[in-house]
Design a protein around this ligand. Structure first.
Ligand code: SF4
Length: 351
């Protein structure tokens, strides 16, 4: 069984972010939140009849802003022997003490949100660190964890190149994984509002074509480092693909714990699960359940087996095949390079 735990606290709100997160929290609030997670855990585990956890993912937010020890202790008896246990880290949360606590608690994979290699962009994003700070933090992470990767955003306003002039240094980090996202300018984010009121800033947003070119530069850079794309935004060395994310894209069940966390158990969908504070609980139809589990395979290198589709799904796939957005190998359709750029639109047609 897979478990996602959401920890919504952040040091400050990043300009581009519209996720569920809270900046400027008090230590007591964070401790109380962790206590609520621990209290809710048994009820969440019962949803899956206490099946051992094969993947655990702490996302946020910045989970390590909290003292995670009580939650790590509570989770330990539930971990499968070969669990993949990931924690997202903000570079400023990386200390020897934190890394040791995580390692002792069973964590074996780190995902660090670096976001940009450009100091001006990092400042504008309000991330609070420089490229060199992130580099020092990542080297420290690697002292404790072999399996460590980063997230990058491409296409931030004012960005002039996705990697240069830092790529030579990044090549020495020993990345096992990299997630690369193109910036989505969310209207509700601070950046979205800034752009609406600042023409000069708006004019520095790279065009779609520039962003695609930069994504391609990053993809080639990562390929040269031995990281292969296995999902639209995800690259990994062989054997280091994120098992938690793959499980969700392949249609497996997963538990969600915490504010903003979603879960999928059979045909049930949970949201914001905090034990007694369940705010949404929905049972979807068999057809909707089947489609949801199937379609996300298109995001991955596995591809989508069309023999499992019913209705006009096959016709939609054929249209996209003719348009050069998909390839076909027997009954399995996979995205082409161009198809990855419009995957969400293809999924929307299929749904
Ligand atoms: S990007 Fe991450 S760290 Fe920044 S505000 Fe959003 S959730 Fe918090």
């Amino acid at each position: 069984m897979n478990l996602y735990v959401h920890v919504p606290f952040c040091r400050a709100k990043c300009t581009y972010c519209a996720l569920h997160s809270r900046g400027g929290s008090a230590a007591a609030d964070r401790a109380a939140y962790v206590a609520r997670l621990v209290a809710a855990l048994p009820a969440v585990r019962r949803q899956s009849h206490d099946a051992p956890l094969t993947t655990v993912y702490f996302g946020g937010g910045s989970p390590a802003l909290c003292d995670l020890q009580p939650l790590l202790d509570a989770l330990r008896p539930h971990l499968a022997p070969d669990v993949e246990f990931t924690v997202e880290l903000h570079p400023l949360d990386v200390t020897r003490e934190t890394l040791q606590t995580l390692k002792d608690g069973g964590v074996n994979r780190i995902s660090m949100g670096v976001q940009s290699l450009d100091d001006d962009s990092l400042t504008h994003m309000a991330r609070g660190y420089s490229f060199s700070d992130a580099e020092r933090a990542f080297h420290l992470v690697k002292d404790f964890f072999d399996n460590a990767g980063i997230d990058l955003i491409v296409g931030y306003p004012g960005e002039t190149a996705a990697l240069l002039p830092r790529h030579a240094r990044l090549a020495k980090w020993g990345l096992t994984h990299c997630s690369v996202y193109s910036l989505i300018l969310e209207e509700k984010s601070r950046l979205g509002k800034m752009v609406q009121h600042n023409l000069t800033l708006a004019q520095t947003i790279p065009s779609d074509e520039e962003v695609l070119n930069r994504l391609s530069v990053v993809a080639h850079f990562l390929n040269d480092l031995g990281l292969q794309r296995y999902e639209i935004s995800s690259y990994a060395r062989p054997g280091f693909a994120c098992r938690h994310n793959l499980a969700t894209w392949r249609g497996e069940d997963y538990l969600g714990l915490g504010e903003g966390a979603h879960g999928r158990i059979g045909r049930f969908r949970t949201q914001n699960w905090m034990g007694e504070d369940l705010s949404a609980f929905e049972q979807v139809s068999e057809e909707a359940d089947r489609k949801e589990r199937l379609l996300f395979r298109l995001r991955t290198r596995d591809g989508l087996d069309s023999s499992l589709l019913s209705g006009d799904g096959q016709a939609v796939l054929e249209q996209n095949l003719k348009a050069g957005l998909l390839t076909r190998d027997g009954a399995v359709y996979r995205l082409t390079e161009r198809g990855t750029e419009v995957c969400d639109a293809i999924l929307a047609e299929l749904v």
